[in-house]
Structure formats: structure tokens, C-alpha cells
Design a protein around this ligand. Structure first.
Ligand code: NI
Length: 256
């Protein structure tokens, strides 16, 4: 089995404290490549440090919309400058989070940071990893106006089946993870069935979003196998074929 976890946070303390063990688990189930995603300056730097230690681990750097408090232009530029490191394969995670942010002025700040980071990715020729929570229409509007020139992924896609076309019109991928396996997750399961295979990548977002039946535990990249199992079942296709296509998609997207 060839697996790639295209979005996880080995740089989160919950995983970093057992890093060797967590990576060994992933390798046991066939995870061949892992992309560690930053959410602020320290986590982006740690993502790179981890990527330097393991040849099959890569990093993305950027400011997550929930981590903008007190961040100035200088700090943003420092993080974006990290992308010149040879193990950095994308800018992320960047985007909009209206679930946690209700204040309209702060949402404006999220938009400004999102746009600046897309434009930087375009300048340096990297794809983007997009976080969008309860902000689908604004996310799409920004992406239409500031088109990612080197593609990207709507990570943990939580939109509708109808919304998929907007994503593919922008030449982007969607990432699916734990919620697909949740018993009550109607929409993610529909999305997993309807998404064209060549537009899909898999991820864990670990240590968050543990798949069923591990909900509530600390998630880790090895659990991507549960996400793959569920999607293969839902699509009534062989897991081997699913994983081959998804592997190629992931390598193409992040130039691995
Ligand atoms: Ni994440």
C-alpha cells in the first residue's frame, strides 16, 4: 500500500513528544510520505526541522486564520521566507475560519492574510493548503480573484457536493480525512463518492479528527488507512487502485 498523509501536524506537542514512535506506526501501515503543516512561526519552523530529519517528510509554512492575533507584516514575511527551504513544498495552512471568528473586522484581517499568502505562493511557485471553515463562499471568491497559480488543496473539505465544481473550476484538489468515517457524517460520505478520483488527496489532520472507531483519541498519520478503507468501501472500488491514484495526485500537487 502506498500512502501519503498530505496534511498532519507532527509539529504539535501531542505528536512531537513521541515523534519516532508515531513515524514508526505510520511506516508499518505503508505511509511512504508525510507533509507536516505549520500554523504560525514556531510551528512552521518545527515542521522544517522535522522534515530535515526524515527524507520522506516535507513541510508547509504559513499562518492559519486562527493564529493572527498580534501578527504583523514583518512576522508574516519571516514565515513566508522560510519557504525557500528545499523541504518546503507548499504554503499553508492558510484561509478563513468563521466558526471561531465572529468579529467582522477580524474576518477582514483573515482575508488580508489569506490573500497575501496566496500571492506569495504564486510568486515563489508553490501550491497552497487551504483551511476553510464555515466560510466557503468567501473562500471561493478570494480564490477566484487571486487564483492559485500552482494549484492547492481545500484541506478537510467540509462543503457540499454542489460546491465541488467551484473547487475544480479553480484547478484545486480536495483533502478528505477522519470525518468521512464518522457514522453520522452524511455530506462527507456523499462527497467521497462524488469527487472525481483525480481530484482527491487523503490526509489525517492529526492530532485532530481521529477516524472512527478511534474518535476522541490522539490521531496520527497511521490512521490514514481507516480513511482510505472507508472511501474505498463507499466508492465500491479496490483500495489498491484508490491509493495508487491518490498517491499520484499528491505527488503531482506538491511536486514530490
Ligand atoms: Ni490542520
Amino acid at each position: 500500500m502506498k500512502l501519503i498523509d498530505t496534511h498532519c501536524h507532527l509539529n504539535d506537542e501531542q505528536l512531537y513528544q513521541n515523534l519516532d514512535e508515531v513515524i514508526a506506526h505510520a511506516q508499518q501501515v505503508g505511509v511512504e510520505k508525510i507533509i507536516v503543516i505549520g500554523w504560525d512561526k514556531a510551528s512552521s519552523e518545527l515542521a522544517i526541522k522535522i522534515a530535515e530529519q526524515y527524507p520522506f517528510i516535507y513541510a508547509c509554512v504559513g499562518f492559519h486564520p486562527e493564529n493572527l492575533e498580534g501578527v504583523d507584516e514583518k512576522q508574516l514575511n519571516e514565515v513566508l521566507a522560510l519557504s525557500s527551504h528545499p523541504k518546503v513544498v507548499g504554503i499553508g495552512e492558510i484561509g478563513l475560519d468563521y466558526h471561531w471568528e465572529k468579529d467582522s473586522q477580524k474576518r477582514e484581517i483573515q482575508k488580508q492574510f489569506f490573500i497575501k499568502q496566496i500571492e506569495y505562493a504564486n510568486k515563489v511557485g508553490l501550491p497552497i493548503s487551504i483551511h476553510s471553515r464555515e466560510a466557503f463562499q468567501d473562500t471561493i471568491e478570494i480564490l477566484k480573484e487571486h487564483k492559485p497559480m500552482h494549484s492547492g488543496v481545500l484541506h478537510c473539505y467540509s462543503g457540499s457536493v454542489e460546491g465541488l465544481q467551484e473547487v475544480f473550476n479553480l484547478n484545486l484538489y480536495i483533502g478528505l480525512d477522519g470525518p468521512v468515517t464518522f457514522r453520522n457524517a452524511k455530506t462527507p460520505k456523499e462527497v467521497a463518492i462524488e469527487v472525481p478520483l483525480e481530484r482527491l488527496v487523503l490526509e489525517t489532520d492529526s492530532p485532530y479528527l481521529s477516524p472512527h472507531p478511534l474518535r476522541g483519541t490522539v490521531n496520527e498519520p497511521a490512521n490514514i488507512i481507516l480513511v482510505a478503507d472507508e472511501i474505498a468501501n463507499l466508492r465500491e472500488m479496490s483500495k489498491k487502485h484508490l491509493l495508487e491514484v491518490v498517491y499520484d495526485n499528491s505527488c503531482k500537487l506538491f511536486n514530490l
